[in-house]
Design a protein around this ligand. Structure first.
Ligand code: SF4
Length: 359
């Protein structure tokens, strides 16, 4: 396995495409070297997020969704390493794209991009907000760093953004500590912090998982309204397909560190192609189900992260697996005929030639 390309050797030539992508991830590979072996967390992940659109990234726990978001920000935790790939970012439509992975993770360029151009909301705000500082001070920090050095101006902007995310009495919330707020209010505070510098891209990593359904609906409405107002793009990491249906324009389905299908939200829900996507959709309850009807489950479990699966990584669980083919050869991504932006990684579709690399 080739190790990480030194930062200076990474590509500075962007891929050509006529679409206005805010971010394009190309062949991203992340490894975790531990004492008991190597975990291949991402195995060549590629996708793009068009400007002003919402991309849903779905899959079971452990499929690499969160690591993809962290890789874009160059925040993969130790002992993880990005060993290959490119992340092309374009702040404005006419800008020349920059490969974020050509910068050192501690460089000024990355500090400028994090928080100002690309923000992230995490699943559990209590672990992201510092309990020792007031909510207002934590939001103000990014504004002072990226927007204005004047404290009074930053304070006024912070109160304004707290009001925008629906906080009642934002002046009082400004001086509150995270433990004094409810779960929904803390998540609003996280959204306020993420949006304080009007980012071009927001990475939302399961932002509503820890909330009750009523608060979840309010937060999703809030994010949709703010997205329309600011015009930012969102990468929405979730395992909840209901949230995807309500929120996203495009969808990427991940399994075992790979993108197995990508398409528009309508194509994913009405014409899913990959057996894993089909199984995910069958495993959620839907209106019109008969009483006592059992939900289908995806057979088996995700393989041990240290294990190496030959052939298609889904073959041990796939009801359509072809013996002698799927267990030996890994399919490559292929476009669905008549729908070039709908791609799938499965031997059942014409054009899916094989890869020689192990998963
Ligand atoms: Fe199933 Fe084979 Fe397609 Fe993999 S390549 S999803 S095992 S049919």
């Amino acid at each position: 396995m080739a190790d990480v390309a030194p930062v200076a050797q990474r590509s500075t030539t962007p891929p050509t495409d006529d679409r206005d992508y805010v971010i394009r991830v190309e062949d991203l590979q992340v490894r975790f070297h531990t004492q008991i072996g190597e975990v291949r967390a991402l195995n060549g992940v590629s996708f793009g997020i068009p400007r002003g659109k919402v991309l849903g990234v779905v899959g079971e726990s452990g499929c690499g969704k969160s690591i993809t978001g962290l890789s874009i920000m160059q925040l993969v935790p130790h002992p993880g390493r990005i060993v290959a790939g490119e992340v092309w970012f374009r702040e404005k439509k006419d800008d020349q794209p920059k490969n974020l992975l050509s910068y050192d993770r501690h460089s000024n360029e990355m500090h400028q991009i994090r928080g100002k151009n690309i923000s992230m909301i995490f699943q559990e705000p209590m672990t992201s907000l510092n309990p020792c500082y007031t909510v207002g001070n934590q939001i103000m920090e990014a504004i002072l760093l990226h927007q204005t050095p004047r404290a009074e101006e930053a304070r006024a902007h912070t109160i304004e953004i707290l009001r925008k995310v629906g906080m009642p009495n934002p002046e009082r919330i400004f001086g509150s500590y995270p433990h004094q707020l409810s779960g929904g209010m803390r998540q609003r505070a996280m959204i306020a912090m993420a949006l304080s510098c009007t980012p071009v891209l927001l990475i939302a990593d399961e932002p509503t998982t820890a909330l009750d359904v009523t608060t979840e609906a309010q937060i999703l409405d809030l994010m949709r309204d703010l997205q329309a107002e600011i015009g930012m793009s969102i990468m929405f990491v979730t395992h909840n397909l209901g949230v995807v249906a309500q929120t996203c324009d495009d969808v990427v389905v991940m399994y075992l560190g790979r993108v197995v299908e990508r398409a528009s939200v309508d194509e994913i829900f009405y014409e899913p192609k990959h057996p894993y996507t089909v199984a995910l959709l069958r495993s959620i309850p839907h209106l019109g189900s008969r009483r006592k009807e059992h939900l289908e489950v995806i057979q088996g479990t995700i393989p041990d992260p240290y294990a190496t699966v030959s052939g298609c990584p889904f073959h041990p669980r796939c009801p359509s697996a072809v013996a002698g083919l799927c267990d030996r050869l890994a399919p490559v991504e292929t476009a669905i005929e008549g729908s070039p932006r709908h791609t799938v990684r499965c031997h059942l579709y014409p054009g899916s030639t094989v890869e020689t690399v192990a998963n």
